[in-house]
Design a protein around this ligand. Sequence first.
Ligand code: GLA
Length: 580
Amino acid sequence: MALKEIIKGTGIVAGAYAVGAALGKAAKEKKIEELPTGLNQVAGLVKVNLDLGDDYGNGAALTPPMGWSSWNTFKNRINESLILEVADAMEKSGLAGAGYNHVNIDDCWQSAQRDANGRLQADFVTFPGGIASLAQRVNAKGLRLGIYSSNGTLTCQDLPASLGNEDIDARTFAEWGVEYFKYDFCNHKILPLRGPCIEKIAVGALGSGAEDVYEAEDAVLEGNAAIVDYDRLETGKYIAGLGYGGGAAVFPQVIAEEDGPHALTICIRKKSHSEKFAVVEVNGEFACDTIFPPTWAVVTKEGRHQVTVNLKRGVNSIKIYNPLASRFDSSAYQYARMGKALQKATKEYSGAAGVPEKKITYSICEWGFNLSWKWGRKAGNLWRTTLDIAPRWASILAIYEINVRLWKYAGPGGWNDPDMLEVGNGGLNYEENKAHFSLWCMMAAPLILGNDVRQFLKADGTPDTENTAYRIVTNKAMIAIDQDPLGAQCRRIETNGVQDTLVKPLAGGEAAICFFNKASESRPFQLRLGAVAAKDFVDLPFAESYEITDLWSGVSQTVGDAISCNVAPHGVRVFRVKAN
Ligand code: GLA
C-alpha cells in the first residue's frame, strides 16, 4: 500500500500495512535477520495462534504513560549531563507536575562490552556514573528513569542487546532501579517453527551419572504428534509432528528419586539442517525452552540435546512441544518472555534488597510488524503500532491512519503506541503540532515528549509559558482526555477521507469530540450530540442541552443538540461534552 494512499486516508487495514508495506523496505533497513520465506510461514502470515494466557497485569500504566525520551531529538548524542539537565527542566518547567514523570534514555547509552559477569554496562565515557546512580539522581527530582534495549542480537545502533540475555538484563535493570523499559525490534531473530524429532528422553539427577530412559512409545501424543518408524535409530522409532504449534509429546511417568535439578536429555533423530525449537513443561509448569541447532546426520543419526529441569520426588509429567505456528507467535513469545523476566526481576530484587518493588512499565517496540496489538496486552504495557515517527505532517498523518483503527485493543494497563511526540520538532506548524498532540490524546496514546525540553525554561530557570510547544503539551484539559481513567481510545465515527470526527468516551458519562481537518483549507464540521449519545460505546446521556468546552480556547458554552464549527487546515477542534 502506497504511503500516499495512507496519507489520503483511504481504506487500508493496519494489519495489511504492517505485514505488507512495512515488511519490505523497512525490514531491510531494520536488519531483521529472518523474514517469512517457507510456505508454512507464509500461511502463518495472518495467524496469531499462541495463547499467552492472562493480561500482563504488572499494575503499571493504568493510564497511558507520560514522560520524555532522548531519541527524537538527540539520537546518539546523549550523555549523563544531558539526561540530568532534562530531568531538571522537567521538574522546573512544571512538566513533571503535569504528569510527565518518565525520563527515558533510548538507544546509545551502552558500552559495546558486557562485564565479566555478562551484564550490560553504560558507556564508560558518556555515562561515567553508571545507570544506577543516574536513576537515583533522577528519582531525587521526583522522576523515574527509563532504559532501552532490543529484542535482537544488537540494538538498532549496533550496540549490545538482550536477545538470549533476557534474564540477566532484566535483573540488571531491576537492580539499577529503572522504571520504564523500551524493547526494540532491530536484529531480531524469529524462533524456529519446527519441532525436534524425539527418539526418546533420558532423565537423571544431576551428579548421579545415571539416567532412566523413556522411549517414544512411553509418551502420550497430542495433536499432530505421531510415531514414525526409522530403523537407523536404536529404538527404531521417533516422535514427529511437534512443530508449528501442532502437537506435543507428554511423558507422564517420569520417576525422580529426589526433589531437585535433573538432566533432561532429549534424544533426537538428526533431521535436516534447520534449527528446531521446543518448550519443556514439568508437571504443567513452564520449565525451559531450548533451540536445537541444525544437525549434520552423515556420521551419526541420533543426537543428545540436554537441558536441566527441576523434578519432584515421585512421578513427574514432562511435556515437550513447539507452541509457535507463525512468526507472529514467535514475536509474541519473545516479547512475553522479556516481560516475564522483568516482572520476576523487580519482585526478586525488592525481596532481596528489602526495598519496595519498582514496577517497570514495559514498552514493546516491534513497529506492528507482527500485529503487536493482538498480543501486546498479554506481553507488556504498550506496543508500537507503526514504524518510526518523523517531525513531518505526512508522518503524523500516516501513523494516525493506522493507529486510529486499533481502538479496540487499548485500555487500562495496555496501550497502542503510535510513537513518541514530535511536538516542537521539525517542520510542524502550530495547527499541526496542536493536532498531533490532540490526536494522540484522543487515541489514549502514551505521551512521551521527543523535543528538547530544556528550551521550556527561560534563562532564569522559570517556565517559558510563551513557548508554543510548551503551551501545547501542558494543556491540562487535553492531558486529562488522554489520562481519563476509563482508558478508552477514541473511535472515528465519521469520515469523508479528509474530515474525521472522533469520539472518546470518558469516565462519568462524558465524552470528548475531536473534529480533525486534513485538508489544506478550513472546513466546516457539524455534529448532532444526540447521534453521539446514541452510540453504544458512549455513556453520554440524551439531554435537552449539553455543556461543551473547547479544550484549546478554554471557552465553555451550553448548546442544544448541534455543534458546528470551522476547523483550520491540518487542525483540530476538541470539545469535552457533558449532558446538562
Ligand atoms: C528504532 C525505534 C526508535 C528508536 C531507534 C533507536 O528505530 O523504533 O524509536 O528507539 O530504534 O535506535
